[in-house]
Design a protein. Structure first.
Length: 91
């Protein structure tokens, strides 16, 4: 692995951790609640953190670490699993 790939993986790892923190805040305080110091809505902060992860995924695709077609297939497989095993798509 090159230094660039290792750095990108490390940043992705950190960004995923930040998404976890923000998801916890949304669940604890409410997705439409404001951060106590910045007054920014938690849903906006969550969108920022997810965007950061998406950026790192794009960079890993550009570096040839991840194949975009495989990502699309993985997303489709996950959606089908969720349709079967979760309540997300049920009325």
């Amino acid at each position: 692995m090159t230094d660039k790939i290792l750095e990108a993986l490390g940043i992705l790892q950190e960004e995923c951790a930040e998404v976890i923190v923000e998801v916890s805040k949304c669940r604890r305080f409410g997705i439409d609640s404001e951060h106590y110091t910045t007054k920014e809505l938690h849903k906006d902060m969550l969108a920022q953190e997810i965007g950061d992860v998406m950026c790192m995924v794009d960079i890993l695709v550009e570096q040839g670490v991840i194949d975009r077609a495989e990502l699309i297939l993985a997303k489709e497989r996950k959606r089908e699993k969720l349709k079967r095993w979760s309540n997300i798509f049920k009325d």
